[in-house]
Design a binder for this molecule. Structure first.
Ligand SMILES: Nc1ncnc2c1ncn2[C@@H]1O[C@H](COP(=O)(O)OP(=O)(O)OP(=O)(O)O)[C@@H](O)[C@H]1O
Ligand SMILES: [Mg+2]
Length: 263
């Protein structure tokens, strides 16, 4: 096997990406890659910059520095509509379904650039297979769905574009542990059955590390650790800060507060 075959080019590559909101620097030189066919995750607490990474990739905000390559194409600062058309769908934080459109019309919005009507009809049946409740509520306004059902709709709408890569922003937000588990199981099925590559950002490290192949830890806008999820799950720092497995009470608490840096 040649070297090129042994290490195929990643589907997504960020190099030294910096993004800011006015004077507030949100990500500071982020480099990461996602390999085709894998589920990659970025873990980080509130305000770490997770959503900013995804918004910068999908073109909602333009980076101040760095570059983003998707499917061999430079998409740095490209228009969001162009990015979607090139095969990259973003499921934003907090769902953002169209509340006054029916479930069905929300799904069709996800497919609005597609010309293959048969393919669209087939994908509609596929998402109804993943989330049967959406089939039951097909004609109802999306605004009447529960939070969990809206999350299902939001993921399904992204699938309707038949993307190569899905950016998934905190699917567990505000959901019960049971529903979170169900949604993660479907995300893994989508990856395995359709071969869709997924970049997932999460605060729920437990779910994310179990579902994903490769992980990055983001702190204050910087990647401070990366490894396979199998290895990350075994690291003491991850167990202590993200999986809450250290059980030595107040002393542990104090150590947690004192500890500022990773590694
Ligand atoms: N619209 C905005 N205007 C100004 N600052 C912002 C804006 N959005 C995010 N920020 C700031 O950028 C930083 C990163 O925010 P971001 O939303 O990317 O974090 P996050 O990791 O997604 O957090 P969370 O887990 O709470 O969703 C934070 O300091 C935040 O306050
Ligand atoms: Mg966020």
């Amino acid at each position: 096997m040649s070297q090129a075959e042994a290490t195929p080019k990643p589907i997504l590559q960020l190099l030294n990406v910096e993004s800011a909101y006015g004077p507030v620097k949100a990500i500071r030189g982020v480099s990461l890659q996602v390999r085709r066919g894998e589920i990659a995750t970025v873990l980080g607490s509130n305000g770490a910059g997770k959503s900013t990474i995804l918004k910068t990739i999908s073109g909602i905000i333009d980076p101040r520095k760095g570059s983003i390559e998707f499917n061999g194409m430079d998409i740095t600062a490209c228009d969001p509509a162009f990015v979607v058309q090139s095969g990259l769908s973003h499921v934003p934080e907090g769902r953002e379904v169209f509340p006054l459109l029916s479930v069905r019309d929300n799904l069709l919005m996800g497919a609005y650039t597609r010309k293959d009507r048969d393919g669209v009809a087939r994908d509609m049946q596929t998402v109804f297979g993943y989330f049967p409740i959406l089939k039951e509520r097909e004609a109802q306004d999306a605004g009447l769905l529960s939070g969990g059902q809206q999350q299902m709709l939001s993921i399904s709408r992204a699938l309707m574009a038949n993307p190569d890569l899905i950016l998934l922003d905190e699917p567990s937000l505000g959901l019960s542990p049971k529903l979170t588990k169900e949604i993660f199981e479907i995300v893994v099925r989508i990856n395995r059955e359709r071969g869709t590559t997924i970049l997932l950002v999460e605060q729920n490290a437990n779910m994310a590390l179990n579902a994903s192949d490769y992980g990055y830890v983001l702190e204050n806008g910087r990647i401070v650790m990366e490894d396979t999820c199998e290895r990350l799950r075994e690291k003491d720092d991850i167990k202590e800060f993200y999986l809450g497995m250290k059980e030595d009470g107040a002393r542990g608490e104090r150590r947690w507060k004192k500890k500022k840096n990773w590694r």
